[in-house]
Write a protein that binds this ligand. Structure first.
Ligand code: FES
Length: 103
């Protein structure tokens, strides 16, 4: 079974914050949006550009390269030019620490 990966203390990722961790050798972007933590593969499915640093609004993250948008909760594409979903990961909070778990 895959191990969960420690992101850090929850206070280190405030509302609207983003960070990046490596899960099984894959870069994953972790976001807090409206009090929830989300984790998605840090690669746009259009041309692989990193999603880290993209604008987050309305539950979606925007790829800065060409403007594709993905749902934080599901990874589903909601704006072209991306048509494939981004892989999502589960997040867990335990004893004040945030973790990302492969699904
Ligand atoms: S690489 Fe993300 S929209 Fe093109």
């Amino acid at each position: 079974m895959s191990e969960r990966v420690l992101v850090g203390p929850v206070e280190a990722l405030p509302e609207g914050g983003q960070t990046q961790v490596s899960v099984e050798g894959v870069s994953v972007v972790v976001v807090q949006f409206e009090g929830q933590f989300y984790a998605l593969r840090n690669n746009c499915t259009h041309k692989d550009y990193p999603l880290l640093g993209g604008e987050v609004s309305a539950g979606r993250i925007t790829c800065e390269k060409h403007g594709a948008r993905f749902e934080l909760a599901t990874g589903k594409p909601r704006a072209l030019p991306a048509v494939k979903p981004v892989r999502v990961y589960r997040t867990e909070v335990e004893a004040g620490q945030l973790y990302v778990c492969p699904l």
